[in-house]
Each structure stands twice: as structure tokens, then as C-alpha cells.
Design a protein around this ligand. Sequence first.
Ligand SMILES: NC(=O)c1ccc[n+]([C@@H]2O[C@H](COP(=O)([O-])OP(=O)(O)OC[C@H]3O[C@@H](n4cnc5c(N)ncnc54)[C@H](OP(=O)(O)O)[C@@H]3O)[C@@H](O)[C@H]2O)c1
Length: 274
Amino acid sequence: MDIKGKVVIVTGASSGIGEATAREFGREGANVVLAARRVDRLQTLAQEIHSMNTGAETLVIQADLSKLEDIQMLVSQTLERFKRIDVLINNAGFGRLDWLEKLDPVNDIQAQMDVNVMGVIQTTRQVLPVMMKQRAGSIINMCSMAGLVATPTYTIYAASKHAVHGFSEALRREVKPWGIDVSLIYPGGVITEFNQHAGIKRKTNAATPKFMLLTAEQVAQAVVKLVRRPRRMWIIPWLWSVTMFMNRFVPGFVDYTTINRFTIPEREDELKEK
Ligand SMILES: NC(=O)c1ccc[n+]([C@@H]2O[C@H](COP(=O)([O-])OP(=O)(O)OC[C@H]3O[C@@H](n4cnc5c(N)ncnc54)[C@H](OP(=O)(O)O)[C@@H]3O)[C@@H](O)[C@H]2O)c1
């Protein structure tokens, strides 16, 4: 797909991967719809995209992706301005990473599912009739390695990303005859504001090894490539595929290492308590 002049919606464009992705589409001369709650950040990004002089137009929309009425408004305003939607990047999302019994039922559990799952489903549901009518479109869903391998403290986040995985797989098989491509991307650790919202305080130094960490720009470039050349799934960096295969074929080993190298050392004080 030639990206110049295409209409691209990027959700969660106010920081991290979404911001870098919107910038990348702007650089390619696409018309970018920037959606998130922090509208000041979106406006700054829109100015930056205009200053690139690539012919890219922008539309800033303040939207809370957990609210259906905001999603409907996002889609209707996009159509009013650009008359079509070529690409949807379902990126908005966050993780609250803690032991399940410590997560707040509403603010952590429900809120994560509302944005990470329902936000993706409802946004796609609103955009789909437009793409079906066009007989063309590209949908890229931001998954995560947590959508393939679930580790302790990631219960809800992993559930949400597994849901995105299943939703996207079924959707891909539903909409292909209409000329619509659905691609899934599974990044490992990416340097963004994600951890600031995650509320994690680890005792052990279990974290993504530095050489495996990605920048938001690297993920953004991969997202743009997926629009040009759709793929069922893209795990980045590819080395994480090893973890996926181990989880599938030697799950007992993965259980043993996560329990003994992570859960028990992290919770040893609590385990000693009577
Ligand atoms: N960082 C990682 O290691 C990593 C790895 C794999 C996958 N991911 C996924 O990548 C995506 C982007 O995360 P990031 O790492 O770039 O984190 P980030 O820098 O914290 O960005 C998250 C984005 O999501 C938006 N968002 C959150 N709640 C929203 C809501 N209710 N309504 C609208 N927008 C909302 C935020 O905008 P506002 O707060 O302004 O609304 C922000 O633009 C997420 O889906 C995440 O799960 C991240």
C-alpha cells in the first residue's frame, strides 16, 4: 500500500509507541488522526507533523477509548474530515502489573479490560463498515509478548492481550474477502511511559535484558511496514519467539523457572508470614 495521502487512525498517539507511529506516518505523508485523552500532547505532535512539510494533514481527537461514545465520535469526525479510513492502528493500552489479589477490581482490572480489549473491539467495530464499503483497509492491533506467554503479575494484562490475539485471528479470517488485512504485532519490552503507569516495584531484578529492549521508533517502523506488507503475526525482536515455543512445547520448564526464579523470591517475606 502506498502510504502517502492515506487516512490513518492511531489510538494512544499521545506517547510511546503510538506517538512514534503517528510521527512515522506523518513522515510518509499520510493523513493522521491522533486520538488519546491528553489532547495537549496530541496538538504538539500535530504541529510537529505539519512542520515536516510532507503534505500530511492531521486531526486531533480527544477520546477515552474505554467509552463507546468517544469511539463513535472518533470515527464520525474522521469520516467528516477525510471521507474514508484506510488504516486503523489499535495501539492505546496500558498494564497494571501486580499480584492479582492486590489489583483494584475497578481501577486496575476493569479499566485494563475496558481499554485494552473493549477499546480495540469497539473501535474496530465502528471502523469496519467503512473499510468493507471501500473493499480495502488495514488494521494493525498492538499485542504484546504477554499475548503469547503469560508471566506472574501480568494476569490481567496477559488476559487482555490474549483476547486481542483471539479477536484479531478470528477477524482476519472474517474480513479478508473484503480486501481488509488484519496484522498483529507482539513487541517484547519497549522503552516508553508504560512502566510509569504499571505500578511495579520488583524485588528481584527480573526485567527484559537490555539488548532485547526496543525503542518506540523501532516498533513504529515495524507498524508502518505491516501496512505495506501485512503479516499474521510479527514478534519483535524475533528472539522472543524462542520463549513462545518453549511455553508451547515445554510448559513445565517455563512454570518451574517463573515460579522459582520469580514468584517465590519476590514473595518470600509474605510466604514466611503465618
Ligand atoms: N512498552 C512496552 O514494553 C510494550 C510492549 C508490548 C506492547 N505494548 C503495548 O503498546 C501499546 C502502547 O503502549 P506504550 O508502551 O507506548 O505506553 P505509553 O507510552 O504509556 O502509551 C500508552 C498510550 O495509550 C493511551 N491510552 C491509555 N489509556 C487510554 C484511554 N482510556 N483512552 C485513550 N487512550 C488511552 C495513552 O494516552 P492518554 O493517557 O493520553 O489517553 C498513551 O497514548 C499498549 O497497547 C501496550 O500494551 C507495550
